[in-house]
Design a protein around this ligand. Sequence first.
Ligand SMILES: NC(=O)C1=CN([C@@H]2O[C@H](COP(=O)(O)OP(=O)(O)OC[C@H]3O[C@@H](n4cnc5c(N)ncnc54)[C@H](OP(=O)(O)O)[C@@H]3O)[C@@H](O)[C@H]2O)C=CC1
Ligand SMILES: O=C(O)CCC(=O)C(=O)O
Length: 427
Amino acid sequence: MSTVIDGAATLAAPVATPLEDARAQLAEAIALLGYSDGTRQMLATPRRELTVAVPLRTDAGETRLFTGYRVQHNFSRGPAKGGLRYAPNVNLDEVRALAMWMTWKCALLDVPYGGAKGGIAIDPREHSQAELERVTRRYTSEILPIIGPERDIPAPDIGTDERTMAWIMDTYSVNSGYTVPGIVTGKPIALGGSQGRASATSRGVTHIALAALRHAGITQSQATAAVQGFGKVGADAARFLAEAGVTVQAVSDQYGAVFNAAGLDIEALGDHVQRTGAVVGFGGGEALDGAALLELDVDLLVPAAVEGVLHEGNAGRVGAKVIVEGANGPTTPDADRILRERGILVVPDILANAGGVIVSYFEWVQANQAYWWRADEVESRLEERMLSAWEHVLGYARSRDLSLRTAATALAVERVAEAHKLRGLYP
Ligand SMILES: NC(=O)C1=CN([C@@H]2O[C@H](COP(=O)(O)OP(=O)(O)OC[C@H]3O[C@@H](n4cnc5c(N)ncnc54)[C@H](OP(=O)(O)O)[C@@H]3O)[C@@H](O)[C@H]2O)C=CC1
Ligand SMILES: O=C(O)CCC(=O)C(=O)O
């Protein structure tokens, strides 16, 4: 399936790029903290970035060339950490923005990492498993000099999954001459992955969404929600929200959306997507335009797909009372301003979707110690970290009359700048 319907195509029409958005958020935090322009420049710029050519011999015997990236934004608090994205429109500026957000996320949640991100400009749907394996192994070989369990630890993001992580781990291990489970997180449990990592981002989103609904005075069992994206983050977020008693009325993917005012049967929708590859055509709801999902009159909106979907052009029409960012960078600074003026609570990505990197950290700790935790231990530690970060950001925002994003970014930037200062790297 390769057709993108018109409605979905209009979703991602931001005026600025994700990197410009990320840098604008950083500049606001720097101004609030009273830091110098030199500090802003240092934190706006990745410490290291690598662009690699990734040739592929296709199953049909042809040669194709893809471009891959790995950007390491910051190492001041520990090894760089962040996902690997396979999508046709991946580009260096996008990866730079995603790497910067990883730095803030890790600092905010106080996990001992800096930020990184990687990507290959490839549409995984157009390739067989064998081709994806060859591309992944070649990309890994190309970035091998800059990754490692103490240097930079990849994880899944859009278009990649635990199989991708297993191939990276194997390629890295073969080059090292021994098995190195700490080189990636989000790998299969049979290879040293952690209990709870696959659903960790969605669990974290759900903990934060329920806390945000309570904060907004909305009763969980009477709340309605819409979720954009039905991939690794969106599908489980929809499921956990439904399990918590929230009526999930709408879900979308890049082909369109489905709506049911009484609530979608998320399990049945999951089965439908397994069979057909898309949410469209699901019998348990009516078809809805993908862009219209963002404007539904619901209590909770969870964008869990791509950057820039809430922008100046549609923020004025958003119907939700609370937005919890499952995706990275779904809201542009212009949209942030409009949503704040309209009294809509936005819980930013670097807080809301941090569950993934928290359990990645747990996985790395377990792999390095070769000692594994039970699922309930992972999940209670995840919940504790998410909710304490939520309280921290909320308290900081309230005491200074800031948006949650500005508060979260400032708290994170302060921690990163402090680490630079203590290490003697402060300009
Ligand atoms: N995986 C993780 O642990 C983490 C992921 N994130 C972020 O969450 C977001 C989603 O990642 P993840 O779930 O892993 O990725 P997946 O590739 O598993 O899923 C992405 C989903 O988004 C959908 N999508 C893509 N474009 C659009 C669009 N324009 N409108 C509606 N839906 C769209 C895809 O649709 P289709 O299926 O039709 O392609 C798919 O359902 C990303 O921003 C990622 O960076 C954040 C923290 C951790
Ligand atoms: O688990 C990780 O290391 C990072 C996940 C990720 O890419 C993200 O949080 O955006």
